[in-house]
Structures are given as structure tokens and as C-alpha cells.
Design a protein around this ligand. Sequence first.
Ligand SMILES: [Zn+2]
Ligand SMILES: [Zn+2]
Length: 344
Amino acid sequence: MSDVLDNDHVHGSLSEVRQDLVSGDWVVIATGRAKRPHDFLRQKKASFRQPKRTCPFEKPHADALLTLASSGAGGKKIERWVEAIPNKFPAFKRGICNIFHNTGPYQWTDGVGNHEVVITRDHERSIGQMADAEVELVVRAYQERYRAIKRGDCVRYISIFHNHGQGAGATLSHPHSQIIAVPVVPSDIAKSIRGSASHFQERKECVHCVMLKFEQSDKKRLIYENDHCLVFAPFASRLAFEVRIYPKSHLSHFEEASSAEISGVSNALRVSLGKIFKGLANPDYNFFLHTAPVDGSSNFRHYHWHFEILPKTAIWAGFEIGTGIEISTIAPEDAAEFLRKVKV
Ligand SMILES: [Zn+2]
Ligand SMILES: [Zn+2]
């Protein structure tokens, strides 16, 4: 079934979402972000840390989709503490969805979706340096925009992520997160959903809840806990100092989290990133949300939404790229013990 959302944007798609014929994995070829082969040869020396006066995020955005004011330190209101704006160089935009094309044996679809940026007002302070109430507005903005984007017809999955530092892929130093809605269920998510589903079918329990219960009692990998969330280093950490933040109560869909749970996860995010900032001397990192895909069905109720933080402590080399097996150079138990002790 196809659906025309916006005729103006039908032609000149920005990207193609192509499926690997063997693995079934989806990749995005962002043709609209036009790079020519010789662009890859030039070493980009552009400065990552922009001064405030040339920072594109400083001016108020007339096209803001959402703005939230913070009460600020000492009760001083900061207008537009959080702004959600359309991405100026989107990888995905609205168009005709659910049309899958074939090229020989291959399958692909247009990069139909959504691409937004969530900015915080402070040019310098990252999430780990903010106050709980400030982080809470960021996570509320994530949830509000998630709910709004979910109403779009073409959306199958909504990814919310944050790149901190040049090594983590950020192109602007001013703290910002991104929300990308895609027309397919990404392979990593599909794999986790399948794992959760098969565990649920066999044992009639959520595999994530099993993990939470064990980590809470075992305590070896526990980093932080509040009323609503548990923060721990995963048993099979892919990278040194990998951190996961889970809501304690079972819930598959992030958009359904209660306001108390959003407060809890905001505090846990602030504490976790604060510990990483302070304990590891402000490393680059990525964090992202994992939540159930968007399809309006109850098929994904066995899933359990959470955030994952991956500090950039290593780069993928031949073995990792060739096998998908990552080598973490510190035991998760030691990483957890170290982060547990960092006071924030
Ligand atoms: Zn700025
Ligand atoms: Zn669960």
C-alpha cells in the first residue's frame, strides 16, 4: 500500500535504503548528500570546535517544531532551553512510502522518513554536566517528537541518538541529538526483537527483565540505581565502559513511558554521562534509544525499551569488521566498579 504524503517532495529522493541480498541487512545510500569520489580523498581539516559566534545553533530557529523553556539555575527562566528543528541536511524526508523497487535480484526503497535535531541552549555543557531538570526537558522533547513523528504514515522505526565529540561522528561541537525515522525496521533492532520474542515464547518472560533482576541482585556490573531505572555494564559488553540504562518496569514502547519514568531515566542518563565525563576525562561517545518498532500492533510487547551508551574507547579494526565480534579491553565488572565509584 502506498501513500502520498507530500507531492512537492516526491521527486529527487535524498537517499535509497538498500537491502543486502544475503544478510537481509538494510543500508542507506545517501545520494542527496552528494559526495563525489574525490571528496573522500581530501582529508577534512575543518575545525570541530566552533566559536559561539559562528555556531549555527545559536540563533533562534523560526522553523522550530518544539521549544521548551527551563527554569534555569536560581529560578532564572531560559527560553528555548530545548529546540527541536528539521535537519538542514536530512538523510530522510517525506515522500511516497511503501514502494519497494527491484534492481535485478536486489530490493530497495526510497529514503522516506524524517530527520530532526534536538538542540540544548548551552553552547558548551554536555548532558553529563547539566542539572536533572534540564536533562528531563531533553528527554521530554525526545518523547514528544517521537509521538508526533510516529503519526507519519511511512515510519517503521524511529531512532533517537546523540553523538558527543568528533570521534563519535558529531560535526558540530554544540550539544545536540538527532531523531531519524526510517521506512524499514533496522537489522540490529530486528535481531533484538527476534531474540526477545523467542525467549518469551520459550519461557513466558521478558529476557530484559530477567537480565535486570539478575544485575540488581548480583551487583557486580551495577553502576547506578534510582526508583525507576537500573544502570549497568552489560555482561557481554561490546566496548570498554559500555553502559545500559533500563526502566525497571516492563514496557516495550518508549512513547508510552510515564512522566515519572521519564524523570527517572533523565536522572540516570545525567548520572551515567556525568560519571563517564568525569571518570574517563570527557571521552567521545554515542548514546541511543532502543525501543519497539512503530507498527501499531502488539507484536512487540516482549521488548523492553532502554538507552545504550557506547564511549569511543576503541575503533573497529579488521577482526571486528570481518567477524562482528568486538574486543573489549576491560572486564565489564571492572568498568562498573570504576564508574560506580565516580562521584557526580
Ligand atoms: Zn552553539
Ligand atoms: Zn521487560
